[in-house]
Ligand binder design. Structure first.
Ligand code: TYD
Ligand code: MG
Length: 475
């Protein structure tokens, strides 16, 4: 006898349960559970029509193969947009599915239209299917972007069955873009487009088509990092690559970040700038994030960070002001508030620097979000510099993690960070005295003097202007 399938689905995380509840037990979201009709299977031709799918048949043992052997890397198609190629790990993989998530209005459609046009111009058969805009609207957008002449195939459709029918045949598109997955619907389901069941079923059908035909599928998902809109978490498991398109309101640059990639490194970023003529690649993001960086201001430090495989220099600003009686303020933009509290506590406990009677503001200039613990030393430098009202030596970068004992710990890619700093004309670097790569990595690139720090005490003395005799000459 067929079991009744649970049909209450959390629209936030996709968890299924047998009864309705006000709060999802899996993810804790309120009012996110919706009753959905159970799924009745896809509509791609069954191998044997009529058989009731669940009927027992003789098992055919799956072949077990030895691990040794040569496997060719998957064929890739470069999009011609270098930053997108970098994030995908070298271009689109045939027979793979890629999800581009991001807040509405961030520029997903623009990016994919530009990529589609570039691919089509390079001779690839590309279909751009929009469930959100009419074909004429897409044409207008393309014309505005100066891409009106690209031999791109367009459709405005939302029915997955009809869309798949258009993607068959000998001239079938090799790259298919579906914008957005939340607007697609599968007609074997009763639920509305955008519900988890629909998103999952539509994605499943489209991905199956892509794998079968060897097409590269790009799905747009209106998704925030917290996954507040239907289906994101469900989709992440189904696709091969997940890219998030992020950007702060009020800033023009956008960051495309790989969070999952079965065919390349995750955590890689691509940097774009949104202009009147669409998205423009930013080849040197450090220069962008350091634009406007004022030398000789107390409370400012430059962090030599790493995003994915790429070094990225950003300015960290701290402001320390006397607090009115009561609890002092701690405001952070672009960094983790818990980590700021930790650095403040370490400076107080290990160096006797008290921020207790002060409001502390910390800002990562340019609106970038930093997740790396390697920013500790630069943050501490900015804080100490602000507190002592002494600017840091001119042209100085810093990186290193700070432990609770006040020790400055090694971080990965010591060398890469220093090389980027030297390339951008920095002359000094505060670095951990130990490097993750061993003593050899402590050599400085030409033009850069380094101050290897073992403890935050050294940092305080350095900011206070003491010559620690730490600075090694360039080699
Ligand atoms: P869009 O790609 O439609 O966002 P999404 O698909 O993620 O919802 O981008 C919309 C925003 O981008 C819109 O606010 C206008 C802006 N934009 C530009 O600044 N320049 C341009 O050339 C284009 C096409 C859009
Ligand atoms: Mg869009």
């Amino acid at each position: 006898m067929a079991r009744t399938v649970s049909s209450y689905i959390c629209q936030s995380c996709g968890a299924a349960s047998g009864k309705w509840a006000g709060r999802c037990e899996a993810c804790g979201a309120w009012n996110s559970i919706v009753e959905e009709a159970p799924r009745e299977g896809g509509f791609a031709p069954r191998e044997k029509a009529g058989a009731s799918g669940t009927r027992a048949r003789r098992a055919r043992a799956v072949p077990l193969e030895p691990m040794q052997g040569d496997a060719a890397p998957p064929p890739r198609r470069t999009t011609g947009i270098a930053e997108l190629d970098r994030v995908t790990g070298g271009g689109l993989v045939a027979g793979s599915a890629l999800l581009v998530g991001g807040d509405p209005g961030i520029g997903k459609s623009t990016l994919l239209l530009q990529a589609a046009a570039a691919l089509a111009t390079a001779g690839c058969r590309v279909a751009y299917i929009s469930g959100e805009e009419a074909v004429d609207q897409i044409r207008l957008r393309a014309a505005r972007l100066g891409l009106g002449a690209a031999p791109l195939l367009l459709a405005a459709a939302t029915g997955v069955r009809d869309i798949l029918a258009a993607l068959e045949g000998p001239e079938a598109p090799e790259v298919v873009i579906v914008d957005s997955i939340q607007t697609m619907y599968v007609d074997t389901l009763d639920s509305a487009p955008g519900t988890v069941a629909q998103v999952r079923a539509a994605a499943h059908e489209l991905i199956r088509h892509a794998k079968r035909r060897g097409a590269a599928l790009l799905l747009v998902g209106h998704v925030t990092k917290e996954g507040t809109i239907a289906g994101p978490r469900v989709l992440e498991h189904m696709v091969d690559t997940v890219l998030y398109f992020e950007g702060e309101r009020g800033y023009h640059y956008r960051i495309l970040r790989a969070t999952k990639n079965r065919f390349g490194p995750a955590d890689e970023i691509g940097v774009f700038e949104m202009t009147g003529k669409g998205l423009v690649e930013v080849a040197n993001p450090s220069a962008l994030f350091l634009a406007g960086h004022a030398e000789g201001v107390a409370g400012s430090a430059v962090f030599a960070g790493i995003e994915g495989s790429r070094p990225l220099l950003v300015e960290i600003q701290a402001l320390v002001t006397p607090a009115p009686p009561g609890s002092p303020r701690r405001a952070v933009v672009g960094w983790d508030a818990g980590r700021l509290a930790m650095v403040l506590a370490v400076l107080a406990a290990r160096c006797g620097l008290s921020f207790g009677a002060a409001d502390v503001y910390l800002n990562v200039a340019g609106g970038l979000r930093i997740g790396e613990p390697g920013a500790d030393l630069a943050v501490a430098a900015a804080l100490v510099s602000a507190l002592l009202e002494r600017e840091l030596p001119e042209g100085m970068v810093a990186f290193g993690e700070i432990g609770l004992g006040g020790e400055v710990r090694a971080v990965a890619q010591h060398d890469t960070r220093l090389r980027e700093a030297a390339k951008l004309g920095f002359r000094h670097a505060m670095v951990p005295a130990v490097s993750a790569e061993g003593e050899k990595a402590l050599a400085a690139p030409k033009g850069l003097k380094i101050a290897p720090l073992g403890h935050v005490r050294d940092l305080v003395r350095l900011v206070a202007g003491e010559d620690l005799g730490l600075t090694r000459a360039a080699q």
